[in-house]
Design a protein around this ligand. Structure first.
Ligand SMILES: [Zn+2]
Ligand SMILES: [Zn+2]
Length: 264
């Protein structure tokens, strides 16, 4: 078992100590755990969020590096989840000591002046427009100027969308989604299978993961996106079985930003 996407109390929406997370992962027999707290400079580009609680980078690094020495037998990675926004890209490059991290997830949460998690994003937009704008944001995020390994939770826009047909399927935007998937393959990045989705099993939708495989994609990883201990490895067995059925044999994980494979 692995988990490459987890949040501790260093995230504004997390509550667990990193030490507890690492101990629990060890007890559960995980081979690999990445703690990937939020860095949300995308919010600096959204009106009204100038004072949003941002990650205490130095405190986080200090804490996590201390624990790293105490978790023998567990491959423990120091990670971040960066909220991509074109206007925030330069600041990440300026502020983040990327050489001290093992693993970076690049995620799109915000489009224009909205976090797509909140209903205000969908106001006066039909499904076509709100989903397409989100996907264009994901496509744009592939060219982020900073180092990153994995493209986080494609389909995040569907999480709290107001439409009856919530799930973002490959057939909704085949050309645009193909462009994103080919971009991930050509840039040798990894596609995240994220279990933090209540309308279905995971993000992206299976139809998108299938298409990624058809296009020659092989780098995938599993992340629970747990914000509390009880969600660590959420739906792991179910997702692993599905992924094996699609023909994938390995997860891709990172240490010192370098990829290696772990059998699914
Ligand atoms: Zn996220
Ligand atoms: Zn997350």
């Amino acid at each position: 078992m692995i988990d490459t996407h987890t949040h501790s109390r260093f995230s504004h929406d997390g509550c667990e100590s990193i030490k507890k997370m690492a101990k629990t992962a060890k007890r559960k027999g995980l081979k690999y755990l990445a703690v990937t707290d939020h860095c949300d400079y995308d919010y600096l580009a959204i009106d009204g969020y100038e004072y949003f609680h941002q990650l205490d980078l130095e405190g986080y690094l200090k804490e996590i590096e201390k624990i790293k020495e105490q978790v023998e037998g567990l491959d423990f990675a120091v990670g971040l989840e960066l909220g991509y926004h074109r206007e925030a890209s330069k600041r990440y490059l300026d502020d983040i000591p990327f050489d001290r991290f093992d693993y970076i997830i690049n995620s799109v949460h915000s489009i224009g002046n909205h976090d797509v998690y909140f209903p205000s994003y969908f106001e006066n937009k039909d499904r076509e427009k709100s989903y397409k704008d989100y996907l264009l944001g994901v496509l744009d995020s592939l060219d982020a100027p900073y180092p990153y390994n994995t493209v986080g939770h494609i389909g995040y826009v569907a999480k709290n969308s107001l439409y009856d047909d919530k799930d973002l399927l490959h057939s909704d935007f085949p050309d645009l989604i193909d462009e994103i998937l080919k971009g991930i393959i050509n840039k040798d990045k990894t596609l995240e299978i994220n279990a933090n989705y209540k309308n279905g099993i995971c993000m992206p939708d299976i139809s998108i993961i299938k298409r990624y495989k058809e296009l020659g994609g092989d780098n995938i990883t599993y992340g629970s996106d747990a914000h509390k201990l009880s969600r660590l490895c959420h739906r792991y067995a179910q997702i692993a079985a599905l992924i094996r059925e699609l023909g994938f044999k390995h997860w891709t994980v990172y240490k010192n930003m370098q990829p290696y494979k772990i059998e699914i």
